[in-house]
Design a protein around this ligand. Structure first.
Ligand SMILES: Cc1cc2nc3c(=O)[nH]c(=O)nc-3n(C[C@H](O)[C@H](O)[C@H](O)COP(=O)(O)OP(=O)(O)OC[C@H]3O[C@@H](n4cnc5c(N)ncnc54)[C@H](O)[C@@H]3O)c2cc1C
Length: 464
């Protein structure tokens, strides 16, 4: 069925059984609602179904399945590949479903499928608890959890998907099911890092851990000229670091933001950024060597609140700018890898592009490859190439830089890409990232989405 028919004749059918808002081209609110975080993606859905609850989600899924039109599910809208929207189809938009309920006794939190990390952190911190989430408060819990989830507590408490204990899901057939260790265990397995596309998760339930309100954060910014030494020392330090420390090295330029002294704005740096899971005093002591790799341009380290840590990067990644991100898991981080990475970092066409190199291991690696759909967890390092710029006229130069960087480092890759830092392009061969889990994942998706309603927006679909 064409978009035109869907617009003129069909949406009225949905109106009768829908309590939220249905936005079509020309409606006030449509233009704002169709935009997602990545300004590079400019899709025009036939209808945006802004759901108010499970009943609306069921109605929207049934409506789309019966008409065999493209479907996209929107959580926080931050997926870099733009999978929260589609051209000419139905967007099942959960941005109005963001409530968060904490059970402090059981150390559990239940959050609706459109919640962001800011929503979850705010409520859990009221009880001195955290969910191992992402590091930017505006990202959605949905996409991040479904793809795995790396945050500042990951070496202590693992991936976000490891903390997922249950979920409410509307399947491709419009049925409501609960996934937990007790019921539909295969569905829970698939939701843990399988890249989504198995149903609409209307609520996520996570295990929480006690932390905060104060934590020790490290932000030591060294001159980019010291890059090789800082990379090597960081790698040596992290090899023996306790799980309480998650610290990354990132090449970037000092953002033009009041958080940084004006005279340093635009200066390229290699930064060691990290957080300690434990007391401020222990953190200050344990992470001290990371601040002594040389003479920092700027050292922002110190005690701060967990909520501040979780939102300090927000202003650097505003909605609507241009983004093109790709990643590789690396088996080694030796001289050759470091040399190639730094060569490309020195040539960034946009000073806003950042190249984070994330430390893995710890609790992440203690979960078996087949225990969750996420797959293999042996890599020690995740290299992410985050092209970030503003002007569409610069698209070609920036996309080309990311692509060439990614191509040049492919030989160091374990062969896997992190689904959440990916453009889902063919050369990324993203399905192989699920390794031996791909077959089981496809089977589970066929079970819960036999018509492939959600197939188009996920790397492994029921249609495979
Ligand atoms: C600024 C920024 C910071 C980031 N930081 C981190 C980080 O610290 N750690 C990390 O691991 N990743 C990080 N990411 C990557 C992030 O995990 C992905 O972009 C993720 O897809 C975002 O989830 P979302 O719900 O906002 O995305 P959306 O674009 O809304 O959705 C992403 C995918 O999930 C599906 N989906 C969304 N909601 C649901 C739902 N309720 N049920 C079923 N499917 C759904 C969508 O269809 C889509 O395919 C970051 C991304 C950005 C842009």
């Amino acid at each position: 069925m064409g978009t035109k028919d869907l617009l003129t004749d069909e949406v009225r059918v949905l109106e009768d059984g829908f309590r939220g808002e249905l936005l079509r081209p020309g409606d006030s609110g449509y233009e704002g609602a169709r935009r997602i975080w990545n300004g590079m993606r400019d899709a025009r859905p036939a209808v945006i179904a802004v759901c108010s609850g499970v009943a609306d989600v069921k109605a929207a899924v049934n409506f789309a399945r019966e008409r065999d039109v493209p479907v996209a599910v929107r959580g926080g809208g931050h997926n870099v590949a733009g999978t929260a929207t589609c051209d000419g189809g139905v967007v099942i938009d959960l941005s109005g479903m963001r409530s968060v309920l904490v059970d402090p006794e059981e150390r559990r939190v239940r959050a609706q499928g459109g919640a962001t990390w800011g929503d979850v952190d705010w409520e859990t911190q009221a009880f001195g608890l955290v969910v191992p989430g992402g590091v930017v408060s505006e990202t959605g819990i949905a996409g991040l959890t479904l793809g795995g989830g790396y945050g500042w507590t990951r070496r202590k408490w693992g991936l976000t998907c490891d903390a997922l204990v249950a979920a409410d899901v509307v399947t491709g057939e419009g049925e409501f099911v609960r996934a937990s260790e007790e019921e539909n265990e295969d569905l829970l397995w698939a939701l843990r890092g399988g890249g989504g596309g198995v149903g609409v998760v209307t609520a996520f339930e996570y295990e929480c851990h006690p932390l905060g309100p104060e934590v020790f954060f490290i932000g030591a910014l060294y001159p980019l000229d010291d890059g090789e030494e800082v990379f090597r020392k960081w790698d040596e330090f992290m090899a023996d670091a306790p799980d309480e420390i998650t610290a990354d090295v990132s090449v970037w330029s000092v953002p033009e933001h009041p958080m940084f002294p004006e005279e340093l704005h635009g200066t390229p740096f290699v930064g060691v950024l990290g957080m300690y899971v434990g007391s401020v005093e222990e953190g200050a002591e344990a992470m001290r060597p990371l601040r002594e790799f040389g003479t920092p341009l700027l050292d922002l380290s110190g005690p701060t609140t967990y909520l501040q840590v979780q939102s300090m990067l927000d202003p650097m990644f505003p909605d609507g700018d241009r983004y093109y991100w790709k990643s590789h898991y690396l088996g080694d981080f030796g001289d050759e890898e470091i040399g190639t990475i730094l060569d490309f970092c020195r040539d960034r066409p946009s000073p806003r592009s950042v190249v984070p190199i994330r430390s893995l291991g710890g609790a992440i690696a203690r979960v078996g490859a087949d225990e969750t759909a996420f797959g293999d967890r042996d890599a020690s390092v995740l290299l992410s190439i985050d092209g970030t710029w503003e002007d569409p006229a610069d698209d070609e130069a920036n996309v080309e830089w990311v692509q060439e960087f990614w191509d040049a480092t492919e030989r160091y890759s374990t062969g896997a890409t992190y689904v959440n830092f990916s453009m889902l392009e063919e050369d990324e061969a993203i399905r192989s990232s699920f390794a031996a889990n791909e077959e089981r994942l496809t089977m589970v998706k066929r079970l819960y989405d036999p018509d492939g309603v959600f197939g188009r927006s996920s790397p492994v679909s029921a249609a495979d």
